[in-house]
Design a protein around this ligand. Structure first.
Ligand SMILES: Cc1cc2nc3c(=O)[nH]c(=O)nc-3n(C[C@H](O)[C@H](O)[C@H](O)COP(=O)(O)OP(=O)(O)OC[C@H]3O[C@@H](n4cnc5c(N)ncnc54)[C@H](O)[C@@H]3O)c2cc1C
Length: 426
């Protein structure tokens, strides 16, 4: 048995009163993590195998409390991703499923389209690369546009050339996550979504596993690890020797003040640097109203640290003693330092935004939300670009599900269900 020890953590407590002895319940499949990937997986398993008993264990008191509830809320089209990659395949499929799901269950969304713009000659090859990707990925309706059309779509934008992506949209991912949870429980009344249940260890038996939580044990035949920022730790608790580590990258946003919101109609994105898995600071109209500007990508000393100065010793130690992080820092120190400085300097943040919309000024922005991305990094120091999902014995581990995993969640879930059918012989 492997068990994560944490100072100050309450002893394993039985709901029946006797320490460490009781079972909350017995399940066929237990999913760790109540973010959109875990919940979409639970929902798809419940649809395909309505007789199986499913539990979703979420450590927070509410669902979608981390990446799913701290993202840009964009339904990505799928044009950025390497043709043939898991991201390319699942993003387009997931987007279509997501829109159908939102229509069916009256979840707020809008297909408002976006533009990606080059503001300098040196970015023109980037526009070509992304456009060709989009064509290969069969993204509907994409079009190259010149400065006049850019001005018609976004009158304040300074792009010299760009790509119009009509099928991009905006959505409330937290509402999607909550609806998935509701439907999973409706499908089989024995399915349970257990919030405030932090997984702290596993006790493997011959034909089942006891999942140890801060509220007692859950006995299960199979496990699916969808723990986002902690998926690598859960995999290690399960005894899996994984060849990557989650390195957290915080993204800060500013909000446009009300008087400046007419400078952005919908979504304006820059040409991303292909060396990095991040899209660059952009403007996003939000489905609940307002316009967000960001996010940057700054190494975070805490996996769930949303403040600029947040620090957690264990998280920082794990990241900084991992050879992959050090290699990544050495290779990209100039970029990393730039992002770090910009995180503390509003003027520098504004200057990045001004490349897209020159009339934006410091007074137009107020500090907004932030999110932390779970970015898997290999031992060679390279950020792992594609989704990584691995199965071992009675467990499936989702080890890398960064953006666009919220858009792709329903398609990722289909993939996990197929894997589970094969691996678990469902
Ligand atoms: C700043 C930012 C912007 C983004 N923008 C977009 C976007 O616009 N569009 C898009 O498609 N994607 C976007 N993404 C990516 C997207 O949000 C993520 O890929 C997606 O939410 C991942 O979902 P998840 O369920 O894997 O992770 P999470 O949402 O992080 O869920 C994992 C859950 O596991 C729980 N957990 C962890 N450890 C334990 C434990 N020991 N026991 C029990 N529970 C545990 C956590 O509390 C958490 O709720 C963005 C991400 C960030 C951070």
């Amino acid at each position: 048995m492997k068990k994560e020890k944490k100072r100050g953590q309450p002893a394993l407590r039985s709901p029946l009163g006797e320490e460490g002895e009781s079972f909350l319940n017995k399940f066929d499949i237990t999913i760790i993590g109540g973010g959109i990937v875990g919940l979409a997986t639970g929902y798809k398993i419940a649809l395909k195998y309505p007789r199986l008993k499913i539990a979703v264990l979420e450590k927070e008191a509410k669902l979608a409390a981390h990446q799913t509830g701290h993202n840009s809320g964009v339904i990505h089209s799928g044009l950025y991703y390497k043709p043939g990659s898991a991201k390319a395949k699942t993003c387009t499929d997931g987007r279509k499923q997501l829109v159908d799901f939102a229509k069916q269950y009256s979840i707020p969304y809008e297909i408002c389209g976006k533009i990606i713009v080059a503001t300098h000659q040196k970015e023109l090859p980037g526009i070509e690369r992304i456009f060709n990707n989009g064509i290969q990925n069969s993204i509907e309706g994409i079009q190259k546009i010149g400065p006049d059309e850019i001005k018609q779509i976004e009158p304040f934008c300074a792009g010299i050339t760009g790509i119009k992506v009509p099928c991009t949209g905006i959505i409330d991912f937290v509402a999607v996550a909550n609806k998935l949870a509701e439907l999973t429980q409706k499908q089989n009344h024995e399915n349970k979504i257990l919030t405030s249940h932090k997984v702290i260890g596993f006790d493997k038996k011959t034909d089942c596993t006891d999942v140890l939580t801060n509220q007692g044990k859950v006995s299960t035949r199979f496990i699916i690890n969808c723990a986002g920022l902690f998926c690598d730790r859960i995999a290690r608790l399960d005894g899996v020797d994984i060849k990557m580590r989650i390195v957290p990258f915080r993204g800060d946003y500013y909000d446009l003040i009300k008087q400046a919101q007419d400078k952005v109609k919908n979504l304006i994105y820059p040409v991303p640097d292909p060396q990095f898995p991040f899209l660059g600071v952009h403007f996003t109209r939000m489905i609940k109203g307002g316009v967000e500007c960001g996010p940057n990508a700054v190494f975070s000393f805490k996996r769930e640290g949303y403040g600029k100065l947040d620090f957690n010793f264990k998280d920082a130690w794990e990241s900084l003693t991992y050879p992959g992080t050090l290699k990544m820092f050495m290779k990209n120190w100039r970029y990393g330092l730039g992002e770090y400085v910009r995180a503390f300097s509003k003027i520098l943040f504004v200057s990045q935004l001004q490349r897209l919309v020159p009339s934006i000024n410091k007074a137009d922005l107020t500090p907004g939300n932030s999110g932390v991305r779970a970015q898997a990094v290999g031992r060679d120091g390279k950020p792992i670009d594609d989704f990584v999902i691995e199965s071992r014995g009675r467990t499936i581990h989702v080890l890398n599900a960064p953006s666009p995993a919220a858009t792709a969640s329903l398609a990722i879930a289909n993939h996990i269900v197929s894997l589970a059918a094969e691996q678990f012989k469902l």
